[in-house]
Design a protein around this ligand. Sequence first.
Ligand code: NAG
Ligand code: NAG
Length: 636
Amino acid sequence: MQAFLFLVRLVGLLSLTSRFLVTSVLQGLPESVVQALLRPSSVSERLVGLQVRGSNFTLGNTPFLILSGTIHYFRVPRDYWKDSLLKLKACGFNTVTTHVPWNLHEPRRGHFHYRGNLDLLAFMSLAAEVDLWVILCVGPYVGSDLDLGGLPSWLLKDSHMKLRTTHKGFTAAVNRYFDDLIPRIRGFQFQEEGPIIAVQMENEYGSYNLDKRYMLYIKNALLSRGIKTMLMTADTGQGLLKGHTPTVFATLHMKSIRQETYEQLSSVQGPGPVMMMVYTARSLDGWGSSRNTLDLHMLMASVREMLQLRFSLNFYMFHGGTNFGFMGGAAFRGHRLPMVTSYDYGALLTEDGDCTPEYLAFQEFFRPAAEIPSFWHRDGRPKDTYAPLAAGHFISLWDTLIHQDEPVRSTGPLSMEQLSVNEGSGQSAGYILYETVITRGGVLNSDGHVKDRGQVFLDDKYIGVLDDAHQKLTLPNDRHKEFLALRILVENQGRLASGTSMNQERKGLTGNIYLNGSPLRKFKIYSLEMQNKFIQRKLPNIWKPSFLHTEGPAFFLALLRVGSQPKDTFMSLQGWTKGVVFINGQNLGRYWNLGPQETLYVPGPWLKPGLNEIVVFEEFKSTLLIYFTNASQLGY
Ligand SMILES: *[C@@H]1O[C@H](CO)[C@@H](O)[C@H](O)[C@H]1NC(C)=O
Ligand SMILES: *[C@@H]1O[C@H](CO)[C@@H](O)[C@H](O)[C@H]1NC(C)=O
């Protein structure tokens, strides 16, 4: 205890004094730290996993310092997993941390997917092959700036749902998920000769804390299914006291070293090693906000401090990758902030996996030059700048409707989650269209029920947008018509990734919409989920030449010819407004002229030699021209 308090004081002192520039950084670090960092990861005693011994972690009975970086397998194209893991290793790290997104693995209740880019086991096998340990964050809530923090949206079909509590509907779903997930990963634990040295349960639960029994339930759910490696929790400074669970190792999420946090840590956990589980220099970028930047010198000074104090640490993110498809969530910063498509995050690798100057600086910091593996080289992956293209064909969204699945008919509006689609799991992401008939215009009032952004059309004519900030629109009268078709096309911009408001994160129309004070009735509701298979196989082949047709909402088709060796590139939709891009049926994510992000990452492995099909769903207006660059533009 005495020693720990001394350490706490030292931390306070250091954070005041040690903001100096790091030059030859390995000099001056205690020898034992250097040894621990560079120690080969093979261990003699496979039965004794990660343990706390005094102020050290031990692994296989040997003192061990965890130096980890986060890579999300689902945010990096599978063909590049190994490259990212090798770069992690070559930078001097010994562990990869990854999160398991329940919503992607069980998109419909009871249907589990672990293939392709979701092949968690293949990812962990590669990590082992590259000689890295794994910290696996199994949630069930993982946060990670994902839609609903990685929880499946079908949970919200239950109108009484209390996420992350012992509410029966929640635990029943978790039990089924863990019954499927845990047996898959059990054999990958350290004690079974596998790479997993620790399992993180939940994420920052102390900041949520709706149920005092919940963490104990999760702990038992993992233990009873055969998890025997060290269990961890991770909390921010404020959440630590509430999130800590007896016999589970508490780790920290923070951006800078703060003395009071260590005092709290020692009060819940006693003396022991300190693990900075989410060390992050930056935060996410949202549409319409400016880009976050990172201060390398601050970062270096903090890391140096932590290593001098023998802290274990994890970089969030080592490689951020991309919010492909609709996986990105939203944050709340005084107003709702939907996340941009790139998850670059100021990570040590760029979105497309190249080494940043920060990577090189840390490599110098962590590894003597002689220790850098021969496979590593600093050059980026080759990129291509393909010639600009015109989208030669289009289909108006309205023309596709008769080819879509039968619309759901309902007296009042239904949210995405309530729709009877996907075998009762409802709709998770994308767009949803509400149609009804009115007899005259007037004032349309959304009463805050449009989640998140709705375009309003009267007889195919665009009237305006409804969202949190704009809740009223005036609909014109048409003297010549007895009936007018009213359409509201609503986009789900991603559910909040954290906070207790997640329990209300239903999308589409979540309640009545009023016309001149009366609620609209008799809806036809089209679920426009825009899943990859729809774009690839089910989009009707009724394309028309686009000529000068540039109006959305419409699908636009362009063909990109690629040589025999497809390379990574970045697509720029400069002149377009807002929508989603698919390439060969893969959803590259959202674009929006609001910025800051200007280009979308197109991974080479998703292209093929010859013709590649690009489908753009544009909500408003396009110029038909698609540009490519060999460098990303993520804004300022
Ligand atoms: C922690 O590990 C270091 C380096 O191996 C060692 O010098 C020290 O005695 C260990 N401390 C404890 C309490 O085991
Ligand atoms: C990108 O293109 C420019 C201009 O053609 C070229 O100078 C540069 O080397 C290219 N960069 C990469 C990474 O390919």
